[in-house]
Ligand binder design. Structure first.
Ligand SMILES: [Zn+2]
Ligand SMILES: [Zn+2]
Length: 149
């Protein structure tokens, strides 16, 4: 006594399985920032001023404009993962306190000049006047004593 079930749906194409959406497959998250942008000053990482620190993740040097320590991510993007952000800010504070003493300033994460590449400054209270009064630092190697020009 064969039960007849006309399962007519089976042979039809189901949904859009044969046509994957290429955009969904690639799905570039913000953390997948381009590693390098040849047009970007921070990607270029020119060594003119004093460099306090460098590793795989970031570098810390005096900002050419502000003359205060600045940490720069070694990837071109604006949103580093939380753990990387924390590590970078710790390196920045180390450099800032080496320069200005314990709690000698504050971290400034606002990206004014270059808004599309993560960086942060450590600013002491007098940074604005001091940058006109003091000679700029110069590059003598990473983590060497800071020398001015
Ligand atoms: Zn960049
Ligand atoms: Zn600056």
């Amino acid at each position: 006594m064969a039960q007849y079930e006309p399962n007519s749906d089976v042979d039809r194409p189901v949904g859009s399985a044969g046509c994957p959406n290429p955009a969904a497959a690639i799905s570039p998250g913000r953390s997948d920032a381009a590693a390098f942008d040849p047009e970007c000053e921070l990607c270029e990482a020119a060594r003119f001023t004093h460099w306090y620190y460098e590793d795989e993740l970031c570098w810390v040097a005096d900002c050419e404009v502000c003359a205060t320590p600045m940490v720069v991510w070694k990837r071109h993007g604006t949103e580093p993962p939380a753990a990387e952000l924390e590590a970078m800010l710790a390196r920045l504070i180390e450099a800032g306190e080496e320069r200005f003493g314990p709690e000698g300033g504050v971290v400034d994460q606002v990206m004014r000049q270059i808004p599309d590449h993560f960086h942060a400054h450590y600013r002491d209270a007098d940074w604005m006047s001091r940058r006109w009064m003091e000679p700029p630092s110069r590059y003598t190697g990473v983590g060497t004593p800071r020398e001015t020009r």
